[in-house]
Write a protein that binds this ligand. Sequence first.
Ligand code: CA
Length: 300
Amino acid sequence: MGSTVETESLCGLPGVTRDALPVHRVYVDGFWMDATEVTNEKFEQFVKATGYLTIAERTPTKEEFPTAPPENLVAGSTVFTPTPGPVPLDNFYQWWRYQKGANWRHPEGPDTDIKGREKYPVVHIAYDDAVAYAKWAGKRLPTEAEFEFAARGGKAGLIYPWGNEPHPAGKFMANTFQGTFPVKDSGEDGFAGIAPIAQFPPNPYGLYDISGNVWEWCSDWYRPDYYAQLASASGVVGNPQGPDVPFDPTEPTEKKRVHRGGSFLCTDQYCTRYMVGTRGKGEISTGSNHLGFRCVKAAK
Ligand SMILES: [Ca+2]
């Protein structure tokens, strides 16, 4: 598991892959994983069966978001918004906005819907939403170790799930971002923005979009030094479950869990964390239009 110092330079955002150092070995028991990200169609079945209301559809309270301005205490979610022209890539608030009325049924806001997007990954899913779905489906979320093991598809030490070239023989292997970030996605890979599931070749384990398209929730709490902790443990750690408590020094008051896989916004100009050994993270109540999930189940 993990990423190397050598691949750090592939990412435009300095130091963002350092939490995936050093490369280390772990052991995971056998498990099954969904071949694709959970789709709008599947999530709708769950909502119809249970009446579940996602966090983005509920009105947030001051207690939950003490630093949010009062005008933002309305149901909604974060939506990527291209900037009118090139901007310094040092402040992501330039291209993320809190959109009132954005949720899984209305991915870009109240004027948009999921008609014709049945096979797209469900987005604007907070951690508890993903857990609720998984429980209903008789499954659970993957641990970070399970996710990375599955993503590597039986191969060790590669930069991407398919090898070390981002575009082998000129072919795009995942839905990422081309063009000028965050101004215009030129969609050379066939998709400017989110794509339906399974539009690119699967990895050797038959998993689609394990890299790119949307980030995916894992069950581990996030700490940047967790890989270093595992590496310093004696022997190979079996079935790691993540640290006991979350901590992200860049936003120390926020409780974050791990995201993996990168998204349709990944670009070497900013962030290339669709690289298979790298890590992401997110506050547990916060969804966005490039974050979804898939489930796993223990092998009997
Ligand atoms: Ca794309």
